[in-house]
Design a protein. Structure first.
Length: 367
């Protein structure tokens, strides 16, 4: 296994070198998992709960294992190259074409850049969490927006910096790929449209994680013209929402910028809701109205200091159509509140002998 099977310049690569690399990085992954599990178990045994920026501290600490593994991996190559200095080893050009020269040192720097970029993002999350932790009007959705924007900026800078370290001319690449970019732009215009919409959503901040929204005309749920959902995550191109049925949907960001969206979390906390009711002809509408109002006021979520009343919509062919009107807070469970009130209406109607009719049809057989 110590025999050289690959020679790169002055360096001899044997099977042991590859084995060391695999063992080092596999060990790093295992050590990070064990370390993370050990720390979490220790905190759990001591009844210490971590969340928010404390959890980010933990991730930051465990991620440092990869930097150590990277350094040890470089040292492992000296196993079969004792006469080669460390500086010569890492600065030897592995790939050379034209003006581009890529050495092991360049590759290490590139890997280190992306590791540091990830750590910078975590540090930024810690900074935001520490700064906003004691604010009375702290909004996690706003923090999420800032973190997402920071991710895009840091990752973009990391890519540009990595290309420069690899001696790759970014300007030359962009100039030479203008035609390709135009073709991609035409073919992927919907994707770019969703990406731009994602940036707009993050910058404007009108929609944030945790907001409850009502999307009109979306047809996101079968047989529904509107969809009420909770925003779980806003990404660069798509947004994850959870419907009342518990379904998680992934929708393009452009749908949220092009369609009418009512943000329940940003509008007035109170809203007017209606429950349609039909009763048979001949019943006293005043008694029916009083029962409907009683059913609504008995529900704890209905605002008692706001007017609760009944509207007579129309005289239909099968009965009198009424609307129970009440005020309540915009809530994820408003459908359940309405259901509770309907159960109470049915109970009161049965107690007072009020009948809810159903459409009837008369069939005349002329034969």
């Amino acid at each position: 296994m110590s025999e050289t099977f690959l020679k790169i310049g002055p360096f001899n690569i044997c099977l042991w070198n590859l084995v060391f690399l695999v063992v080092i990085f596999v060990s790093a992954v295992i050590i990070r998992k064990l370390l993370s599990r050990f720390l979490k178990q220790t905190l759990k045994n001591n009844n210490i709960q971590i969340e928010g920026r404390k959890e980010t501290y933990l991730k930051l600490f465990t991620q440092s294992v990869y930097l150590i593994a990277l350094y040890v991996a470089v040292l492992s190559f000296r196993f079969n190259n004792a006469n080669v200095t460390f500086e010569e080893f890492i600065k030897y050009n592995l790939i050379s074409f034209g003006n581009v020269h890529i050495s092991l040192y360049n590759l290490i720097l590139v890997i280190a850049i992306f590791i540091v970029a990830r750590m910078v993002i975590n540090l930024y999350k810690l900074y935001l969490g520490k700064r906003n932790a004691h604010k009375a009007n702290y909004d996690p959705g706003v923090e999420f927006v800032y973190v997402q924007l920071a991710k895009y900026v840091v990752n973009l800078l990391s890519i540009v910096l990595a290309l420069n370290i690899l001696n790759i001319n970014v300007t030359l690449i962009l100039t030479g790929s203008v035609g390709l970019l135009v073709g991609l732009g035409l073919g992927l215009q919907d994707v770019f449209k969703d990406m731009i919409a994602g940036v707009v959503l993050l910058v404007e901040g009108n929609l944030k994680v945790g907001d409850i929204v009502e999307i009109n005309g979306g047809n996101l749920v079968k047989d529904a013209s509107t969809t009420v959902a909770k925003i779980l995550k806003i990404s660069f191109r798509t947004t994850q929402i959870e419907t009342r049925e518990g379904n998680v949907l992934i929708i393009p960001n452009s749908r949220l910028t092009q369609q009418q969206v009512e943000n329940w979390s940003h509008s007035s906390p109170l809203s007017m809701f209606t429950i349609p009711v039909v009763v048979d002809f001949g019943f006293d509408t005043e008694i029916v109205s009083n029962l409907l109002i009683l059913a609504a006021k008995q529900h704890p979520k209905v605002k008692k200091n706001e007017p609760v009343f009944v509207r007579l919509s129309k005289f239909a062919d099968h009965g009198i159509e009424l609307e129970l009107v009440f005020w309540a807070e915009h809530s994820w469970d408003i459908g359940n509140y309405k259901s509770d009130i309907r159960f109470e209406i049915d109970k009161l109607f049965r107690e007072h002998g009020i009948i809810i009719p159903y459409p009837t049809r008369t069939i005349i057989n002329k034969g």
